[in-house]
Write a protein that binds this ligand. Structure first.
Ligand code: G6P
Length: 366
């Protein structure tokens, strides 16, 4: 009811603004990295496995897709990510030394539970879930678990569940890196410090809301949008596009920026806004040349740039500058303005933000 919403117009907006608290709670008590954060016996499992298989649906799948970049670059462990409904019905080659990781807000998604059982039936007994509901079927079915503390999420479009899943997956990455000898004490301390800073960093990003609202007015008049990202921000671009289509009903697609020239560039006109996630990482120079390709075709660019990038606003290029540069935790911060953009665009279009047409919060049937 209205009392619960406080100053917010919708649950989705409230949940977006709860993220500093949700991520803080999810990481609270983590003073140092140890496999036992994931349950008894985690050390032996983490020592034994040779690869990771992530299974999930929807927004949780994009959290998994982001984690693949962390797991391969920080923990140096081969990782595949599969959409649960695809995995359960295709022939695959099981490797017994696989850590099967399911990600689920509800812990009740039928396809994800079925995919988990399928993996187990194929001879992969090591199972772990990142889940927001401690009493769910998913937690009961998996040997190891990390419970996220997003709290109850009511908006059908997932927001705080996603960022808390990423927090849990980053912890998993560090624990695997440690057991496998890829995490020095100095690196551990630096990562823990960066994680502790997340609530403050998230709060500063939320303060960008008025700038995002100004963009949303323009987006509300469009029927298509393109989202670009590279590396571990490609899944963030996918999640941003998903949020926009779910609640504003604007058709949105995401591409890794380097693929632009292999197809979507044909769609770019002045009528197609191009949203770009542009942290100042090693790929920034390449990203800048991708942006020029869009500009040359009259496309309007909407760039979320980190504090230390040199991209400036100019005609046809709109820049919102993020307060900091966040290193490997950057996806957790960069998704927030995309959530806000989808939210305010949907509000401007007058859609039913918390209950978008045809969608359900939890899909417990196939
Ligand atoms: C539905 C929801 C999405 C969610 C997906 C997976 O499609 O609308 O927000 O990401 O299910 O749900 P889960 O509870 O397994 O994370």
């Amino acid at each position: 009811g209205a009392a619960e919403l406080g100053p917010y117009r919708h649950y989705m907006q409230k949940e977006i603004f709860e993220q500093p608290r949700a991520v803080g709670d999810t990481l609270s008590g983590v003073e140092s990295i140890t496999p036992e954060l994931f349950g008894d016996g985690a050390y032996a499992v983490f020592k034994d496995i040779e690869q990771v298989l992530i299974l999930a649906c929807g927004t949780s799948y994009y959290a998994g897709s982001t984690a693949k970049y962390w797991l391969e670059s920080i923990a140096k462990i081969p990782t595949s990510v599969e959409i649960a409904s695809e995995y359960r019905y295709r022939d695959s080659v099981p490797h017994p030394k696989t850590l099967v990781v399911t990600i689920s807000q509800s812990g009740e998604t039928a396809d994800t539970i079925a995919a988990l059982k399928h993996a187990r039936a194929l001879g992969m007994p090591h199972t772990l879930t990142i889940c927001n509901v401690a009493t769910s079927a998913m937690v009961r079915e998996c040997k190891l678990a990390y419970i996220t503390h997003a709290g109850v999420e009511i908006g059908v479009a997932s927001t705080k569940a996603f960022t808390t899943q990423l927090a849990g997956l980053f912890l998993l990455t560090l624990a695997l890196a440690q057991v496998r000898g890829h995490l020095t004490d100095e690196q551990e301390a630096a990562h823990v410090k960066a994680m502790r800073h997340l609530p403050v960093a998230l709060q500063a990003v939320l303060a960008l809301e008025p700038q995002v609202i100004a963009w949303a007015e323009e987006f509300a008049r469009k029927e298509n949008a393109l989202f670009l990202g590279r590396g571990l921000h490609y899944p963030i671009a996918l999640e941003g596009a998903l949020k926009l289509k779910e609640i504003s009903y604007i058709h949105a697609e995401a591409y890794p920026a380097g693929e632009l020239k292999h197809g979507p560039l044909a769609l770019v006109t002045a009528a197609m806004p191009v949203v770009t996630v542009a942290p100042n990482d090693t790929l920034l120079e390449k990203l800048k040349s991708n942006l020029q390709e869009v500009r040359a075709r009259g496309g309007e660019l909407f760039v979320f740039a980190d504090a230390d990038t040199h991209i400036e606003s100019e005609p046809g290029i709109h820049v919102i500058r993020m307060p900091e540069h966040y290193g490997p935790l950057s996806p957790i911060l960069h998704v927030v303005p995309l959530q806000l953009l989808a939210y305010h665009t949907a509000c401007a279009r007058g859609t039913d933000v918390d209950k978008p047409r045809n969608l359900a919060k939890s899909v417990t049937v196939e």
